[in-house]
Design a protein around this ligand. Sequence first.
Ligand code: SAH
Ligand code: SF4
Length: 361
Amino acid sequence: MEWILNCQEGKSNSRNQALKKLAWGMLFSEWEEIFRDLKQPAFRVRQVWEWLYLRKVHSFAEMTNLPAALRSQLEERVDLASWKTDDFVEAGDGVRKLLLECRDGEKIESVIIPARDRSTVCVSTQAGCGFGCIFCATGKCGFVRNLEAGEIVGQFMAAVSASQMRLTNVVFMGMGEPFANYDNVLKAIRILNDANGLAIGARRLTLSTCGVVPGIKRLSEEGLQVELSVSLHAPNDELRNELMPVNKSWPLSELMEACREYTEKTGRIITFEYTLVEGVNDSLAHAAELIDIVRPVRGRVNLIPLSPVEHYSGTTPSPEVCAKFARKLERAGVNVTLRRSKGSGVAAACGQLKLNRSKQQ
Ligand code: SAH
Ligand code: SF4
C-alpha cells in the first residue's frame, strides 16, 4: 500500500458533531445522566463501564446482562464501534504503529511501545498540527481538526485490541498539540484515569507541549498528578524562533517562568525534551545555555537524537556528540537522560507521525 501526505488545512469538526456521542468519550457522570433519562437504575452504569473498560467489548450487543430493549436504546443514542485499523509493525524493536480511521474518514496514528517494565500507547490529540516545528512530520501538514475525547480514548482501546500486552502508560505525544485541544484532552485523561474503568494512574499519563503557556497555567490548576513534558529543543530565543514558531508567541523567558510556577504550584517536576540536531543545537555552548535556563526549574532534561524526516535537512549528531552534550549537563548537576536507539525512546517513536492517507481509497 502506498501512503501519501495529506495536507488538508483547517477542516472543521462539524460532520462529527452531527453524529451520536462516542461511548469512549463519555464521563461516568454523562452515562449516569443517560440512564436517568432512560429511567434505569444507577447500577446499570457500572455494568456498562465494566463491559467497556474491564471486558473491553466493542458493541452493546455483547453486554449480555443488560435487557435487550435497553441495549437497543443505547445503540440509538451512543456510538460504540471498533475502529477500522491498519496495523503496521516497525522493524526490530517491537514498536507498532496503528493507522486508524475516524468515522468522518480522517486518518490518525497511534503507536504501541513495549518496554521491559511498561507498555506505552502514544496517542494523537489532533489530526495534523498547526504549530509548524520545522523538524516535525506532523507539523509539515498543518492543522486538520481537533480530536474528540472519544477519539483519544478510542486510540487506547484500539491499541488494547491490537495488543497482547497489558498497556500501562499513555503519552500524548502523537500527532497534534494537546494544549491546542485542551478540553478534549483533559476529558480523555479523566476517562482513562477513572477508577471505575481503566484506572490508569495519573502518573502514567504524560502530556507533552511545544510550549503553549496558557495550557501549562491551566493544567497547574487542575489538581491532577499527570506528568508534563515541555519540548524545548533550543536554549535561546533566536534559535527557538527558527525551529519552533510557537516561540514567537511565548518566548523562553515566559515559558520557563510558567514552568517554574507550575512546579511550585503542583510539586511536580517537568521533563524538558531536547531533540539534538547536528550542527544546529548540539554544541557545548548550547549545552551551557541550556543549563542556565533549566536550572531554576525543578525538572530533568531528556535528550533525543533527531529522527530524520523527509522535508527537513537536519541530521542526527553522532553518539559521541550526544554523550558529550549529556555529560556537560550532568556535570552541572542537571538531571539528564539520553535516548540512544530510535524507537526505544517514547518520543523518538512518536512526534514524527504524519497524516497519511491511502491513495487507494
Ligand atoms: N505537540 C507536542 C506533542 C507531540 S510531538 C509537542 O510538540 O511537544 C512529541 C515530541 O516529539 C516533541 O518533543 C517533538 O518536538 C518531538 N519530535 C517531533 N519531530 C521529531 C523528530 N523528527 N525527531 C525527534 N523528535 C521529534
Ligand atoms: Fe506540532 Fe508538536 Fe510537531 Fe511541533 S512538534 S509541529 S507542536 S506535533
